[in-house]
Design a protein around this ligand. Structure first.
Ligand SMILES: Nc1nc2c([nH]c(=O)n2[C@@H]2O[C@H](COP(=O)(O)OP(=O)(O)OP(=O)(O)O)[C@@H](O)[C@H]2O)c(=O)[nH]1
Length: 128
């Protein structure tokens, strides 16, 4: 399963996280917004579609920050994380999930989905 996630960084260096809803796998943990790609979609196309559906913004995808496999029990992900260069609109919750801008250095890893911990570590390492 190919999953794309987007890293939005605001002017003060905070990144946007979404909370996984009740009743879902990893409920309550925070992740970068995104979702599964559909057959035939590139990662960039999937990211544009997912962020439009989930948080109501139109994004310009940038470079791939990280791509790696991750296993949760019997679930295997190919998680591809892209930087978002620009977006139009103000992120808002379109599917009931909580959204939050957080400082990479001030957010406890235990609150992230496990696969997102190495991504946050990368963001911390490049933070100004
Ligand atoms: N969108 C997203 N999913 C992630 C991230 N990190 C991570 O481990 N995942 C996992 O990737 C899987 C795909 O997520 P999804 O949002 O498309 O699907 P879902 O579990 O909500 O279920 P559903 O859409 O089938 O109902 C989930 O198991 C999710 O926990 C991330 O940063 N962003």
């Amino acid at each position: 399963m190919h999953v794309v996630a987007g890293v939005l960084i605001d002017v003060s260096g905070r990144v946007l996280l979404a909370q996984r809803p009740e009743g879902k796998h990893l409920a309550g943990l925070w992740e970068f917004p995104g979702g599964k790609s559909e057959p035939g979609e590139t990662a960039a196309q999937a990211l544009v579609r997912e962020l439009q559906e989930e948080i109501g913004i139109v994004v310009e995808p940038g470079e791939v920050l990280m791509r790696f496999p991750w296993t949760y029990g019997s679930k295997c992900l190919d998680l591809e994380t892209l930087r978002v260069l620009r977006w139009s609109g103000e992120p808002r919750s379109c599917e009931g999930q909580a959204l939050r801008w957080v400082e990479p250095n001030g957010f406890d890893d235990a609150r992230l989905t496990p696969a997102d911990r190495p991504i946050m570590a990368l963001l911390r390492s490049v933070a100004p």
